[in-house]
Design a protein around this ligand. Structure first.
Ligand code: GLA
Length: 756
């Protein structure tokens, strides 16, 4: 029987074994679970092999120490049935004198040093000018779901703690590194990565990732992985619309939505990040290194100081991209989002931005609020324009005091009115920004990031505050805290409408100035964390001109994100599909707005509602222009949404027809308890009288019966399908359903309730 090291503590005695310092723990049978059940611990060490196994419910990740005492990645994929199948790590032989064994071996956390030529995880310059770093194993500690492996340079007291946390239910593992300077002099970190994920050695892999732009975020993009590197990154200060820190890899199209091996990963960082997808020409190691972007990066580490890297998550699915997404969605809901301990559904919100833009005032907001309340809206959000001299985008950012021309008695009367209508109140801020035409900038021009004497490039007439400065951080915290303390505000939309430029920080010594990229984000996180601690009921939406700040770092702190400034429903199908590969529907704020919209397109109100009902539903239309028929339909749709939102937001998503591939988009959501399933269908544009294709449902129980409800008469069915006792899951999944969708932008919703 194999044995696992279930508990080891730093207080336990240490023993040196053939040059390897092992923390000695209490050996108990790995198969002994808490109640004696045959459930192995998620993290186990096999001392006879010097191998660690990290098990989730369906996957295994295996690491080992090779004969050079390097930490080597051995396996990542479907769960290994038996520890008897494992072997000790051994390096791969080098290739001639050009590709060293160190390079062609899958080093789990390679320092840049010796004959190592792949993308390193860590690159440093030591005080004496040495730029050579070779990391070897020192010790380990296992604490339940967590493994900490300690590495050290072969000469200097530079240590790295690698922390692995296993999330068994979601098949996800989190990697994080902490670089520790125990030398007596300062050293400089030039690249600090969180880790590397290795695919099995092979050729013909395919990369799936998300790219985009303002008003065109999360476009799913696929390309073959060939020898060389593909760099996905942000150099813009925040996560960016242009690329998102998520990837998925399969073997050359062998996977689809339902089948095949898919490895995926994501970084939890809202600043400059980098993912290097590499296929090494000599050995076809396919590896994805991720962490802080090393572009313009430099982090001096004084003696005794540490630098920790962002969390880097990885997961594996043997059932295609659909399951990979469902695992990530579940992980975000269970382990990342602020309400992870007590998940609750997102409210239906109204946001005034597209209706009023900057022209907000008490009477007009009250009038919109009355109309929104009648629709069944639960959260009324006032967007930009309520503060300082904010009559357009040229002034006011930074002055977070209520504009008394627009709100003579402050926000109190509006908020009470909104609350009296039965809705919570939310407010827009753009805390990291300043307009040169603002009191804040006139008082503190040095607070904008700048290089002295150089131009300060404006975007949308604004500059970026240097949030890395602690005085700026304190100002922003107190400005927001004051508004939140004086008013009953349940929700803020935290916006960021431009990227960095001239990222100078002249107030600190030159060697520390490049730290602005990291310190800025840490301070933004700190402000949010402090605001939430002080205002425990506060909920936050992350926005950056739409989906410019969506990542697993900000999602630890915000409840939802503004997916895109593009609210045009047909474009949204693509944006939302890409979004759903990495992020849960619950996070995805989606509004119904007016037409004609972007691209000059007009889609029916029903189509717009059904598109937005696939996420956290909001309404952003100018309700003053709506007809009684619009109100009637909207009221019905909001009510229908409330009856299915638990399923949409907390359930499992099955992407059945992709908007990238044909004329029909169809998505199905199945509730966590399996009692409800909902099917959304959208026809883009009918041609030649062709009928919409059969839709095969997924995720149902074959022998269970489901009662069918539709919101229209668009379901083409066999006689008797509406029978009270329902139709079987087998029929719905194998025979399928067809929707009678016609013309342009037709849509439908089918709700299935399990009867037994
Ligand atoms: C950004 C946001 C919009 C709106 C405006 C306000 O563009 O994405 O939703 O809040 O700012 O200026």
């Amino acid at each position: 029987m194999s044995h696992g090291l279930l508990a080891s503590r730093s207080a336990l005695p240490r023993k040196v074994l053939a040059g390897v310092v092992l923390t000695v723990g209490i050996f108990v049978p790995a198969w002994a679970g808490a109640a004696g059940a045959a459930s192995p611990a998620p993290v186990r060490y096999l001392p006879h092999l010097k191998v660690w196994i990290l098990d989730t419910e369906r996957t295994s990740y295996v690491l080992g120490l090779n004969e050079r005492n390097e930490l080597q990645s051995l396996y990542w994929g479907e769960k290994l049935a038996s520890e008897r199948d494992l072997f000790a790590a051994h390096s791969r032989p080098g290739i001639a004198s050009f590709d060293s064994s160190e390079t062609v071996t899958n080093n789990e956390y390679p320092g840049w040093g010796g004959r190592y030529y792949n993308e390193p995880a860590l690159k440093v310059t030591l005080a004496d000018g040495v730029r050579d770093l070779v990391l070897k194993y020192v010790s380990q500690e296992i604490r339940g779901d967590t493994l900490v492996i300690r590495l050290k340079d072969i000469q200097y007291d530079l240590f790295v703690n690698l922390t692995y946390t296993v999330f068994p239910r979601e098949d996800i593992i989190r990697k994080q590194a902490e670089i520790q300077n125990h030398t007596s002099q300062a050293l400089n970190v030039e690249s600090a990565q969180s880790g590397v994920w290795y695919m099995p050695v092979g050729e013909g892999y395919r990369l799936t990732y998300l790219t985009g732009r303002w008003a065109g975020e999360t476009q799913l993009t696929r390309e073959p992985i060939n020898p060389g590197k593909v760099v996905l990154e942000s150099r813009r200060g925040n996560t960016s619309h242009q690329l998102n820190p998520w990837f998925a890899i399969d073997v050359g199209g062998a996977a689809d939505e339902e089948h095949g091996r898919v490895w995926f990963g994501a970084l939890g960082w809202s600043g400059n990040w980098k993912l290097v997808v590499e296929d090494t020409p000599a050995a076809h190691q396919v590896r994805v290194t991720g962490g802080y972007n090393d572009f313009d990066f430099s982090w001096p580490l004084k003696p005794g100081e540490n630098l920790s890297t962002p969390p880097y998550y990885g997961g594996f699915s043997s059932q295609g991209f659909g399951e990979a997404s469902r695992l990530l969605h579940r992980f975000e809901r269970d382990e990342v989002l602020p309400d992870r301990a007590h998940p609750h559904v997102r409210p239906v919100l109204y946001n005034s931005w597209e209706a009023t833009e900057f022209d907000v005032n008490e009477p007009s907001q009250k009038s919109l609020a009355e109309k929104a309340a009648k629709l069944g809206v639960e959260l009324f959000v006032m967007d930009d324009g309520w503060f300082g001299q904010r009559n357009n985008d040229r002034a006011g950012l930074g002055d977070w005091t209520v504009n008394r021309q627009k709100f003579p008695n402050g926000l109190g009367p509006l908020i009470s009115y909104v609350n009296g209508l039965g809705m919570d109140f939310g407010l827009w801020f753009e805390p990291e920004m300043v307009n040169p035409d603002s009191d804040l900038y006139r008082q503190h021009p040095d607070w904008a990031m700048n290089f002295p004497g150089r131009p300060r490039s404006e975007a949308r007439n604004q500059l970026v505050l240097n949030m890395a400065r602690d005085d700026v951080k304190e100002y922003v915290f107190h400005a927001l805290d004051q508004v939140l303390s004086e008013n009953n505000i349940e929700y803020i939309k935290w916006d960021m409408n431009r990227h960095f430029s001239e990222p100078g920080w002249p107030e600190v010594p030159v060697p520390e100035q490049k730290g602005i990229w990291v310190k800025y984000v840490r301070n933004v996180y700190e402000i949010i964390d402090r605001l939430r601690a002080k205002h425990p009921n506060l909920e936050i939406e992350s926005c950056s001109g739409g989906g410019g700040r969506v990542d697993l770092g900000i999602l630890e702190r915000v409840n939802e994100v503004w997916t895109s400034d593009n609210t045009e429903a047909f474009d949204r199908l693509r944006i939302q599909e890409g979004f759903s590969f990495a992020y849960a529907p619950k996070i995805m704020s989606a509004w119904v707005t007016d037409v004609p919209n972007m691209n000059g397109r007009s889609t029916p109100l029903k189509f717009r509602f059904l598109v937005a009902m696939q996420g956290a539903l909001g309404i952003g239309a100018n309700l003053n222009k709506w007809s009684p028929e619009d109100f009637a339909l909207a009221t019905q749709m909001v009510s229908t949404y409330k009856s299915i939102r638990e399923t949409v937001q907390q359930g499992d998503l099955y992407r059945l027809f992709s908007p990238r591939e044909g004329n029909l988009t169809a998505n199905e959501y199945v509730s966590a308890d399996g009692k409800q399933a909902v099917l959304f269908g959208f026809l883009h544009s009918q041609q030649f009288l062709w009928p919409a294709p059969m839709i095969y449902l997924r995720g149902l129980e074959e022998n269970a019966l489901y009662r069918i409800k539709t919101i229209d008469n668009k379901l083409i069915v066999a006689p008797g399908i509406y029978a009270a006792e329902g139709v079987s899951g087998a029929y719905l999944m194998h025979h399928g359903l067809r929707l009678d969708l016609r013309g342009d932008y037709d849509s439908s919703l089918v709700i299935l309730e399990r009867t037994k």
